[in-house]
Design a protein around this ligand. Structure first.
Ligand code: HEM
Length: 420
């Protein structure tokens, strides 16, 4: 998820991007296209011809086929977006380093194709060791419990987003990057402002520049004093070594990809469970349903709605449809995850559904490399939340919960909740 796909939003019809009356269902423009073919032509708002994939099998084919490129320059050309439009959109949503910083695409492997992509991705997956994941799991539990207990100590109402959903993934990323305890408040504050669209443009740019400088200092620190964290691992394990710019980019990829995604799954996931009381009751009656709950929420909510897109490098026939070279192919992930060929009654949230693969984490060489971590954060986060606050409820009517409709990563801006 990042700048090039974000820019796509500008050229997609609003009804395909904004959810309708039900915040848990795919945008109405996407649902309308259900049944109109697994691969459909799609006219972008600026006139460019693109293709929309709504079928699960067809989407997997695209994401596993090297003829569909993730390269951001190709994206720009295919969507006929001007560079300033891309920059504007990126600045609106994802973190954008200050323009003075050169070679800033050095380590952004999300927007690379193999073989460049392969080396950088492998370096990072090499850092997700079983031992580190275990240690993180223990820390995630501590972080979740600490924040829920702080909410309880402060009263009987809170906004779950700043009190719980955002700090949890943010602190997990601090652990991964090895940010010192003393610096965490600064890191969290800068990140929250730099990534948040609620704040003004200038304030965000300022926080973005500070965050970039913060990560540059962090990289220098890990070079001088390596510790047992992923960033130190990246500094010292890579052969040939990564440049400082690449290391900063890698840290930013983790931050950008692992922060808002998990936070929104925690926020929107809680909202969805509270609005499906019979499902929540089933989970409460049988806590072993938690893994299924996480998987079903990922499928049902599919918060990265249209962020997974590719560009053809040559003419391709997909299904029955001929797609020319240089065309944008947008995966309608929320629809692919409700493909009735795989999920009976796909529009129902059903925690007891047998688990089948879904596309909430993508597929193929770019498939989410933080997915196990995201699952653990959701399992522990939601598990502790509903155990420690057994009568958790919404503090406002459901239609008053502010939705992130203008954002690439869907979710809630805030979630006022109460308990006794
Ligand atoms: C890639 C979703 C959490 C790191 C992706 C992609 C999706 C996704 C759909 C594929 C994008 C594409 O193919 O164009 C999610 C969701 C999350 C989540 C829904 C939370 C529930 C995380 C976390 C981390 C992370 C916690 C790391 C700490 C990454 C990275 C990539 C990625 C590095 C790029 C991989 C590549 O290009 O090779 N994610 N993600 N994600 N994700 Fe996640």
């Amino acid at each position: 998820p990042g700048a090039a796909p974000t820019a796509m939003r500008r050229v997609l019809p609003a009804d395909m991007v904004e959810r309708g009356r039900c915040p848990f269902d795919p945008p109405p423009g996407l649902r309308q296209r259900r049944g109109q073919g697994a691969v459909q032509p799609l006219r972008l708002l600026n006139g460019a011809q693109a293709w929309l994939v709504t079928g699960f099998d067809e989407a997997r084919t695209v994401l596993a086929d090297a003829r569909f490129s993730a390269d951001r320059v190709r994206h720009r050309e295919a969507t006929q977006l001007q560079p300033h439009e891309v920059a504007e959109m990126a600045a609106k949503e994802t973190y954008e380093p200050p323009p003075s910083v050169e070679s800033r695409e050095d380590g952004l492997f999300v927007f690379m194709d193999p073989p460049e992509h392969t080396r950088l991705r492998r370096l990072l997956t090499g850092q997700f060791t079983v031992r580190r994941m275990r240690a993180l799991e223990a820390r995630i539990t501590e972080i979740a419990v600490e924040h829920i207990e702080a909410m309880k100590a402060a009263g009987t109402e809170a906004d779950l987003v700043p009190a719980f959903a955002l700090p949890l993934p943010s602190l997990v990323i601090c652990e991964m990057l090895g940010v010192d305890y003393a610096d965490r408040a600064e890191f969290q504050e800068r990140t929250a402002i730099a990534l948040n669209t609620g704040t003004g443009k200038e304030e965000r740019a300022q926080a973005g520049a500070e965050l970039y400088a913060f990560i540059q200092r962090l990289v220098a620190d890990k070079r001088a004093r390596p510790a047992d964290d992923m960033l130190s691992g990246l500094v010292h394990d890579a052969d040939p070594p990564l440049t400082d710019a690449q290391l900063v980019d890698m840290a930013l990829v983790l931050l950008g990809a692992g922060h808002e995604t998990t936070a929104n799954m925690l926020g929107l996931g809680t909202f969805a469970l509270l609005e499906h009381p019979e499902q929540l009751a089933a989970l409460r009656a049988d806590p072993t349903l938690i893994d299924n709950t996480v998987e079903e929420l990922l499928r049902f909510l599919t918060i990265i709605q249209l962020g997974v897109s590719r560009v053809t490098t040559e003419p391709v026939t997909l299904g029955e449809v001929d797609i020319p070279a240089g065309a944008t192919v947008v995966i309608a992930t929320p629809e692919t995850n409700r493909d009735p060929r795989y999920w009976p009654e796909p529009d129902r949230l059903d925690l007891q559904r047998p688990r089948t693969p879904h596309l909430a984490f993508g597929h193929g060489v770019h498939q989410c490399l933080g997915q196990q971590l995201a699952r653990v954060e959701m399992r522990i986060g939601l598990g502790e939340l509903f155990t420690r606050l057994p009568d958790l409820r919404l503090a406002v009517p459901a239609d008053k919960v502010p939705l992130r409709n203008e954002m690439l990563i869907f979710g809630v801006h805030s979630l006022p909740v109460a308990w006794s």
